[in-house]
Design a binder for this molecule. Structure first.
Ligand SMILES: Cc1cc2nc3c(=O)[nH]c(=O)nc-3n(C[C@H](O)[C@H](O)[C@H](O)COP(=O)(O)OP(=O)(O)OC[C@H]3O[C@@H](n4cnc5c(N)ncnc54)[C@H](O)[C@@H]3O)c2cc1C
Length: 410
């Protein structure tokens, strides 16, 4: 059999790197192709003014069982184990304690209806109590978590994530993106800025075509986002239509982060958070001075992230500034300076934040994870049944797909 390499991994995000780490121990020859000029994909630490800002994943969710947390520990990379400030309202600004309790209870009841008496439609909007004054709050929180409007969100899928995840959420001060991108083993060959344009079957396995030539391999491991899979940037064999179809049922939600710089004498206290307006489904969640840094991290989700995707980061910053001025007073307008923003929805090779399942399509994750003809294998956060939308789910899906490939090699 004449092949150039045993396995080609397409995509150098958390899943592709997780797969590469598993394959590096196998003796098989591996080449990783990454379309962008950097590794990490949706794991991206941006170094700026001495800060290590995560524009994509930042939290080690389900931390006590998170592969990246284990990997950081093995590499002596310090972890921050302090509890997140999420859900708390700094000084109860614009959100009195009694209302916070009501809103949290409304969210709990919505979740309970979703798991105990789920609507036949499997549509998360149908589990809302129309009389509740806190439906915009529920939409905002669910938007942060899933990136989706409730009308497009599968109850079964959302509940599965909730039941799989734990309450431990840690961080890596030096950046989760940096941890992911820095974890590719040295014995794995990598070609950056080299997108796979086509994958076809041949007698010996697969041919992967790039602008710099075609490569023959025994197997390809595809770890691109569902936006990319469902689109037309990679030509795939017609037999993969069911996989593409599954990818369309698992679209990427909208989530964006905006970072604002603040002076040292600002009214923002370290490691606190506020919702801009808990009665607005588009509200931002503002993490004030993470790690004590002189920044505010604005997280937009679902309907709220649309402003960045549709109108660009400048519109997102204007929205965030208005919300912060409403809460902290006009004097903070001059203190807050736009620093950096993500634009995941506008990146052709990513196309959004993380996957959610459309109503009645939670099973699409299992369909997407299946190998094709023992030659094309699938990884990526969307293929994880319970830990989708996370960096550790992506990592573990890469390990799973790598082991599937190894089981087919002579
Ligand atoms: C704003 C935001 C916040 C998040 N917060 C968290 C968090 O706190 N904790 C958490 O666990 N997760 C979080 N996530 C989710 C997490 O980042 C992702 O689930 C995970 O990084 C996805 O990894 P992946 O390998 O599946 O996909 P990707 O990271 O998308 O990797 C796929 C790679 O394939 C490349 N590619 C595309 N097309 C081609 C091609 N034709 N040829 C070669 N390469 C190609 C892409 O450039 C990309 O590098 C967040 C995501 C976002 C956007």
């Amino acid at each position: 059999m004449s092949v150039d390499v045993d396995i080609v991994i397409v995509g150098g995000g958390a899943a592709g790197i997780g797969a590469a780490r598993r394959l590096a121990r196998s003796g098989a020859s591996v080449l990783l192709l990454e379309a962008e000029s950097r590794l990490g994909g949706r794991a991206w630490t941006h170094g700026l003014r001495g800060l290590t800002i995560d524009l994509g994943c930042g939290w080690l969710h389900s931390a006590e069982q998170n592969s990246w947390a284990a990997l950081a520990r093995d590499a002596d990379i310090p972890l921050d184990l302090s509890s997140p400030a999420w859900g708390k309202q700094f000084r109860d600004l614009g959100f009195p304690p009694a209302e916070q309790a009501e809103a949290r209870e409304a969210f709990t009841q919505w979740m309970r209806r979703m798991s105990e008496t789920p609507p036949a439609s499997d549509c998360a909007a149908d589990a809302l109590d129309e009389r509740s004054p806190w439906n915009a709050y529920i939409r905002a929180i669910a938007g942060f978590i899933s990136g989706a409007p409730l009308e497009r969100l599968s109850v079964a899928d959302y509940v599965t994530y909730d039941e799989t995840s734990t309450d431990f959420n840690w961080r890596v001060r030096s950046g989760l993106g940096a941890l992911v991108a820095g974890s590719l083993p040295q014995n794995i060959r990598v070609r950056l800025a080299t997108p796979a344009d086509a994958i076809a079957l041949n007698a010996e396995g697969v041919t992967v075509t790039t602008a710099s030539g075609a490569l023959k391999a025994r197997a390809a491991l595809l770890s691109v986002s569902t936006h990319v899979l469902a689109g037309d940037t990679i030509k795939l064999p017609p037999g993969l239509d069911a996989w593409r179809e599954a990818a369309t049922k698992l679209p990427l939600g909208r989530n964006e982060k905006l970072f604002l710089e603040i002076p040292a004498d600002s009214p923002f206290e370290p490691e606190t958070q506020v919702y801009g307006d808990p009665r607005n489904s588009r509200t931002g969640a503002y993490y004030l001075r993470p790690f004590g840094w002189p920044v505010v991290e604005c997280f937009l989700g679902g309907e709220g992230a649309g402003v960045v995707e549709d109108e660009g980061p400048a519109a997102g910053f204007a929205f965030a500034l208005d919300q912060l001025v409403n809460l902290f007073g006009a004097q903070v307008r001059g203190q807050l300076k736009p620093l950096v923003a993500s634009s995941w929805g506008r990146m052709q090779r990513i196309g959004g934040a993380y996957s959610y399942a459309l109503p009645t399509h939670a099973a699409a994750r299992g369909i997407l994870a299946r190998p094709f003809e023992q030659c094309i294998f699938f990884a990526g956060e969307a293929t994880s049944v319970g830990d989708f939308s996370t960096a550790h789910g992506a990592h573990d899906s890469g390990v799973r797909a790598a082991e599937e490939i190894l089981a087919t090699l002579p």
